[in-house]
Design a protein around this ligand. Structure first.
Ligand code: NDP
Length: 348
């Protein structure tokens, strides 16, 4: 998407005249047309549209804080690339990830959350109000900021893995599984994601081999059992993928057994990498305290090292990383932001 396509939208209940904006017209964009450069100012700005960001929006909107939520062009976060979510409370029969996110967004919108679609390209957390640059040219100022930028899939780091991404290499079975009807596939990893992806892929594939670097899975018992019982799934233990083979599309992988040192080639039409996630915190590096893996450190609930900046969801949680814990911390962040503003720390 081009830089000047940032788009602002809100439910009919949003009160624009009550929102402080340094531009006389806080609705600068007409969908599908080029937007004028804009500058906005808000009490609460939320970056991220996964369960953490959207729950923060519901709570902040219901507290009359008129939150602005900045979402990327692929709204909804990681759950939009998953299949059925069986462990989110309230859905006895399970719910599809994209459907759950659609409902969360509608709920946030219902209470007056404004949505701005665009990429945050820079953040300045030094003076308050904080300044965000959107798509390199628009600015948003925030009295309080809730960071809910989540995490992204980790790649193995092979040259041919990158070259063949989109041509057989994928990190999203839900998105790409359909293209592999009757084919043999490889899934890399030993966690819940790998088990879930492999099990889902058996709907299409003739065979799925899970390549795992140890002889023990990290996945939860229920997910392991489901994969182990599936007749289409086999395990390649103590092994790593050393190379992805194929000129224009994937034709196989080269696998090394870490115990015997033996290298073998496994033919396959697709490689699904499911080896975990990395927090999306590059934008804030050097401005906030983070741990060695780049997760934002939070104390006293969701407070970060900068007063007025709060973090929620996977961006600050390397332990639980569940939709429900992300939603819970989104709620906490909104309440923390509200209390911070109530304590008289307004700049607006
Ligand atoms: P995890 O971190 O749990 O697992 C990552 C897996 O990839 C591990 O088995 C790890 O091996 C392996 N791995 C890591 N790096 C490499 C590498 N460079 N090369 C080869 N293998 C590697 O990540 P997940 O994405 O599976 O899960 C994250 C969280 O999300 C978990 O809490 C999980 O429970 C949850 N989740 C829940 C689901 C559900 O309930 N439906 C579905 C998916 C995820 P090793 O074990 O040796 O460290």
């Amino acid at each position: 998407m081009g830089p000047s396509l940032a788009r602002l939208s809100a439910s009919k209940s949003a009160n624009y005249s009550g929102a402080s904006a340094s531009s006389p017209n806080p609705m600068p964009c007409i969908p599908s047309t080029l937007c004028v450069k804009f500058s906005l100012m808000r009490n609460v700005v939320i970056i991220g549209s996964g369960p953490a960001g959207l729950t923060a929006a519901v709570y902040a909107a219901r507290a009359n804080l008129s939150p602005l939520l900045i979402e990327g062009w692929q709204s909804g976060g990681q759950l939009t690339t998953t299949t059925e979510v069986e462990n989110y409370p309230g859905f006895a029969k399970g719910i599809m990830g994209p459907e759950l996110m659609k409902e969360m967004r509608a709920q946030a919108e219902r209470f007056g959350t404004e949505f701005l679609t665009g990429h945050v390209t820079a953040v300045d957390l030094t003076p308050r109000p904080f300044t965000l640059t959107i798509d390199g040219e628009h600015t948003v100022q925030a009295d309080t900021l809730i960071l809910a930028t989540g995490a992204s899939a980790i790649q193995i780091g092979l040259k041919n893995e990158a070259r063949l991404t989109g041509h057989g290499v994928s990190t999203c079975a839900t998105c790409d599984g359909f293209f592999f009807k009757g084919k043999e596939l490889i899934v890399v990893g030993g966690g819940d994601s790998a088990m879930e992806e492999a099990t889902f892929l058996t709907k299409f594939a003739s065979k799925v081999s899970i390549v795992h670097r140890r002889d023990k899975l990290r996945a939860s018992k229920i997910m392991q059992d489901r994969a182990v019982k599936n007749e289409k799934i086999t395990f390649v233990w103590n092994s790593v993928v050393e190379d992805v083979l194929g000129n224009h599309v994937v034709t196989g992988v080269r696998v090394k057994n870490l115990v015997t040192g033996k290298v073998t080639e496994l033919p396959c039409a697709g490689v699904f990498v499911a080896i975990g996630h990395r927090p999306n915190t590059n934008l804030f590096s050097g401005q906030l305290d983070m741990d060695a893996k780049g997760y934002i450190r939070t104390t006293q609930g969701t407070a970060t090292s900068v007063p007025g900046v709060f973090a929620a969801g996977d961006v600050q949680d390397s332990t639980y990383r569940q939709a429900v814990t992300a939603a819970g911390s989104g709620c906490m962040a909104a309440i923390d932001a509200e209390r911070f503003l109530e304590s008289g720390s307004h700049t607006l």
